[in-house]
Write a new protein. Structure first.
Length: 316
């Protein structure tokens, strides 16, 4: 079997940073190249090969793949929803042109599996809000959502017409304690834990009854690598799997944290991100992922909350 040489783009981000660690554990540190437009630092820089890579720079993408003999890509570089609404043309450029460069490199350099994430942001107000089906209306209102729908369509085009092995999931909001989230609408579900531990109070930027789909990082990493390793023949919805683990309101999350920190104070002051959250589903039907590659989450809200607080409190 050919040795995997894995490129991770956007490796300094919330998902990329933890994904790189797990990929290095599985495939050997020397075989996983962490890249980002920002300088790579900390554990990532110390534990294996690293390089600066701006994914919108087509020549640099091709050169880096040649330099390291890359055959597998986890493309995590992106501009997320909240930043995307403030800088829509940047969001389009990074999310679309960055992804096209990766897809073209996969075709022209005859690479293996390429993971290109999508998001619950592909859905919009016309989509059924509860148990959102795999096949449904995709009319997002955010620029980020527009880029994610286009990314799915383009990925499917490259798979069907150009023979590339692209795979992707529609991640829900990801909760984690290693690397802060990078400018999304679901960031409150991470910020709230930091503030609960550090200050005992939090001002939440969505309303108390806002319900969104979420997932704890260990499940996110498991899903991502399991999909990359899945039998290609079984993947019908290869580029756009709905993925579900948790669904809760901001108020539910506050109540769960208060079981551990009873005096925790939360006020709700919705800002521009409320309008984005209001267009996204509350819960997701992920039966296609379960049937086609055996997806099943391990973490519920109770265990996620306990683990997040344990990790942040241990850090002091
Ligand atoms: P993040 O914002 O935390 O990290 C993205 C990384 O991309 C950052 O380190 C940033 O420096 C880098 N980057 C930005 N522009 C770049 C460029 N031009 N070239 C190279 N790197 C660049 O994002 P994340 O949360 O780790 O998301 C990873 C993927 O998962 C994205 O496709 C995102 O849309 C998707 N996703 C994430 C979530 C979530 O809750 N975290 C939910 C749904 C989908
Ligand atoms: N967590 C992401 C965001 O809020 C969802 O794709 O932008």
């Amino acid at each position: 079997m050919t040795q995997k040489k894995v490129l991770v783009t956007g490796a300094m981000g919330q998902i990329g940073s933890e994904l790189t660690g797990e990929l290095r554990r599985r495939y050997g540190s020397e075989n996983v190249i962490a890249t980002d437009i920002r300088k790579l630092e900390g554990k990532l820089a110390e534990s294996g090969p690293c390089d600066i890579l701006d994914v919108t720079d087509r020549a640099a993408v091709f050169a880096l793949i040649h330099k390291y003999g890359v055959n597998t890509i986890y493309h995590m570089a992106a501009i997320l929803s909240a930043t995307g609404e403030k800088h829509p043309s940047l969001c389009w450029n990074v999310n679309m042109n960055g992804s096209i460069n990766i897809m073209d490199a996969a075709v022209e350099l005859d690479l293996g599996t390429v993971i290109i994430p999508s998001s619950i942001a592909v859905f919009g107000p016309e989509t059924p809000r509860f148990d959102t089906p795999q096949e449904t209306i995709l009319k997002p209102k955010s620029m980020y959502g527009v880029t994610k729908v286009c990314g799915e369509l383009l990925s499917n085009y490259y798979v069907k017409n150009l023979g590339v092995d692209i795979r992707g999931v529609r991640y829900p909001g990801i909760i984690s304690s290693e690397t802060p989230p990078g400018g999304g609408t679901t960031d409150y579900a991470v910020d709230i834990f930091y503030k609960a531990v550090e200050e005992g109070r939090y001002t939440c930027f969505v309303k108390e009854d806002t319900m969104l789909p979420m997932m704890y990082m260990p499940d996110c990493i498991k899903a991502t690598i399991d999909l990359a390793e899945a039998d290609k023949e079984k993947l019908i919805h290869c580029c756009e799997y709905n993925l579900s683990a948790l669904s809760f309101t901001a108020g539910d999350l506050t109540a769960e944290i208060r079981k551990h920190i009873p005096d925790f104070e939360v006020t709700y002051e919705p800002d521009f991100r409320q309008a984005i959250a209001d267009t996204w589903p509350a819960s997701i039907d992920d039966s296609a992922a379960r049937e086609e590659w055996g997806w099943k989450p391990d973490w519920d809200l109770e265990n996620t909350t306990r683990d997040m607080l344990d990790k942040l409190q241990a850090r002091g």
